[in-house]
Design a protein around this ligand. Structure first.
Ligand code: NDP
Length: 419
């Protein structure tokens, strides 16, 4: 029996909410609140008669702590699931603290306005100190650790697939497969085809910012940064086949380096097709990925927001996308004094996802872990107070619930390694 407030009603939230409604014995009451209430109402209407979960809806501007506090005080949830955008992480955490409610999200904080001088000064200092230049990092949310601990509350950060399940795979490898892990390669392959020359699989603004940024990886206790897309490998993915993949900076590298400190190297690779990369480079070269407002015929326009308006809505890709995703982690290390390797991954089929929850596999592979993370918190499996990432919790019940609710694991002890 629980009351959960979900903030956001986009591609990922749609999946998470539909999956919560499949587990209506735990998610007994759900309030869907977002900027556009009509989207929440449409989803609630669509779910009518399919679940015992009692669904209500609300409008909220999650940039405004006062509005959030009023909504949370009125609804009195046991947990707030933030599935809006990374820009809202801190305001929602503030509101949860003020109301004494547990919190979770799927991506770490980054500011909407990267030109804000106050934020920029802190960001530039962090770039110099840490050695990577991504706009997002954990420092902003880790700064809430003491406050959540003192309030006796839990904040679970980044519980999607990557970040999220990939860290549970690392915790699982550490718990069951290795005494010491030497290297971790996280491989994110999307073998899906939506038939458009260019579209992003989740929020275009967040996605394009991530992909156009310099890559970086963790090696021997420090970050090594490289120009965007400058390290390329080819890999033969189970159920997908050969794909080109590129080294990217990714948020879970930062927390894994802290929480599994023995690891000598952590890298993250994502597959991209040539058409995607050519479009992205071209858009970047002409300034369309910029977040800095420009004046156009008397109107202020943020180029990347304008581009978002032109691109297909990621939620509309579901019915057109065919193929599979394959996301997982390859480990090297030792067990009982012997060298060993291990690969744990999930394969997910875009068309199967659409049949089940009217969404493509990218939203599915994020929304299902969000539901399973909430399930861990609501059923007393993950209760440690403070602000935590997924690898800090027991991976076993979480991976069991992923197996059960749509993202079963596969594994091999003889993977082809990435050079
Ligand atoms: P969408 O853009 O589809 O949805 C975002 C939702 O948040 C929309 O409903 C939007 O409302 C709402 N929203 C935005 N701003 C506000 C606000 N100020 N107040 C209230 N609601 C707001 O994004 P996705 O569903 O694709 O992504 C959701 C999250 O999941 C993102 O943080 C993304 O980074 C993360 N993600 C994580 C992954 C992982 O593996 N860990 C992978 C993919 C995504 P409106 O409808 O009005 O625009």
């Amino acid at each position: 029996m629980s009351r959960v407030l979900v903030i956001g009603c986009g591609g990922v939230a749609n999946v998470a909410i539909r999956k919560c409604c499949q587990v209506d014995g735990v998610f007994t009451e759900l309030c869907i609140a977002s900027r556009t209430k009509a989207k929440c109402d449409a989803l609630a209407e669509d779910l009518k008669g399919t679940t015992k979960t009692k669904i209500t809806t609300a409008r909220v501007n999650a940039d405004d702590v006062r509005e959030l506090v009023a909504l949370i005080k009125n609804y009195k949830p046991d947990l707030v699931m933030n599935i809006a955008l990374p820009y809202q992480d801190l305001t929602i955490m503030d509101a949860c603290l003020e109301c004494g409610v547990n919190y979770m999200d799927t991506a770490n904080y980054e500011p909407e306005d990267t030109d804000d001088p106050e934020w920029r000064a802190i960001y530039e200092k962090r770039c110099r100190e840490k050695g990577f230049s991504a706009y997002f990092d954990y420092s902003w949310q880790w700064a809430y650790r003491e406050k959540f601990e003192k309030a006796g509350l839990t904040a679970l950060l980044g519980c999607g697939f990557d970040p999220g399940v990939t860290q549970a795979y690392c915790a699982y490898a550490k718990k069951h497969e290795f005494d010491e892990i030497d290297t971790i390669d996280i491989l994110d392959c999307n073998g899906g085809d939506h038939g458009y020359a260019f579209a992003t699989n989740f929020n275009p603004e967040v996605n394009l910012r991530e992909v156009s940024a310099p890559g970086s990886y963790w090696e021997d206790g420090r970050w090594i940064e490289i120009p965007a897309m400058s390290i390329k490998r080819e890999y033969d993915f189970d159920k997908v086949g050969h794909k080109d993949m590129y080294l990217l900076h990714h948020e879970e590298i930062e927390s894994l380096a802290v929480n599994i400190p023995e690891v000598k190297r952590i890298r993250f690779f994502m597959t991209f097709g040539q058409s995607y990369l050519t479009h992205m480079r071209c858009l970047e070269n002409v300034g369309m990925l910029s977040t800095t407002p420009i004046n156009f015929e008397g109107h202020e326009i943020v180029p990347i927001k304008f581009l978002k308006a032109l691109l297909p809505d990621p939620a509309s890709l579901g019915p057109r996308t065919k193929g599979k995703t394959n996301i997982g982690c390859i480990f090297t290390g030792r067990k009982d004094g012997r060298e060993k390797t291990y690969y744990i991954y999930n394969v997910c089929d875009h068309e199967e996802c659409y049949k089940e929850v009217k969404s493509q596999a990218i939203s599915y592979t994020t929304g299902v872990p969000a539901m399973c993370g909430a399930l861990m918190m609501l059923t007393g499996k993950w209760t440690e107070k403070g602000v935590h990432t997924v690898e800090e919790f027991d991976p076993d019940p979480f991976l069991d619930s992923l197996d059960k609710y749509g993202l079963p694991r596969s594994e091999t002890h003889e993977p082809v390694l990435v050079d």
